[in-house]
Design a binder for this molecule. Structure first.
Ligand SMILES: [Zn+2]
Length: 207
């Protein structure tokens, strides 16, 4: 059984590979964007690379991009660059994979300009933030934190499966273990979970 890995940085063929905009585009499914911590004074030329790569048919999403309250990059500049990504995603009709640290309130504002699905990756925050994001139309992707974060397990347990993805990100574990864990929490089979996630994937890719 193959379990889709929604967001990762590894050179393997499963799921969506997050391409660094400095690298060559791969043959398999990938996403591309400028991570907030990688925003520099030459972000405009970097963004041109992102745009070019994103036109490939195997580019499944724009991102990761977003807002990060813990980097030194100027807040306004982060917002400008994030907005460019969303507007471009609208143009090319691809979903956006979002990195968000301590900026969830601002994030919800940005959802108003998006005409494509938005997926917050690596979600590990509390119930009220998950609720607010779901109510604003976001999808959430969960990763390794589910294994040890008990309050996140409660969030996952009640979280609508039709808004969910699972990912390894940069962690080293088998994605099958996460499907196993989440299906236990939700009291469904790993196969049902896998089918639902494939359905979600089709929904966000057929905009
Ligand atoms: Zn990542």
């Amino acid at each position: 059984m193959s379990f889709f890995d929604f967001h990762h940085h590894k050179k393997y063929l499963n799921g969506i590979y997050n391409l660094n905009f400095r690298d060559e585009t791969p043959e398999h499914l990938f996403s591309t964007g400028i991570h907030p911590k990688d925003i520099s004074s030459q972000w405009e030329s970097d963004f041109r690379r992102v745009k070019e790569a994103s036109l490939k048919s195997n580019c499944g999403a724009i991102g990761e991009c977003g807002l990060d309250g813990l980097t030194d990059v100027d807040e306004k500049l982060q917002e400008t660059v994030f907005e460019k990504h969303i507007l471009w995603a609208n143009d090319v009709k691809k979903p956006v994979i979002i990195h968000c640290v301590r900026k969830f309130f601002q994030l919800i504002r940005f959802s108003k300009i998006a005409a494509v699905p938005l997926i917050v990756h690596g979600f590990n925050k509390k119930q009220s933030i998950a609720d607010e994001l779901v109510n604003s139309g976001f999808y959430l992707s969960f990763g390794r934190a589910v294994f040890h974060n008990v309050s996140l397990q409660t969030v996952v347990k009640d979280f609508p499966v039709e808004r969910m993805f699972l990912e390894t990100d940069d962690a080293d574990f088998d994605i099958a273990e996460l499907y196993e864990k989440v299906s236990e929490l939700k009291n469904i089979t790993a196969e049902d979970l896998q089918n639902q996630i494939f359905e979600n994937l089709e929904r966000i890719r057929n905009l």
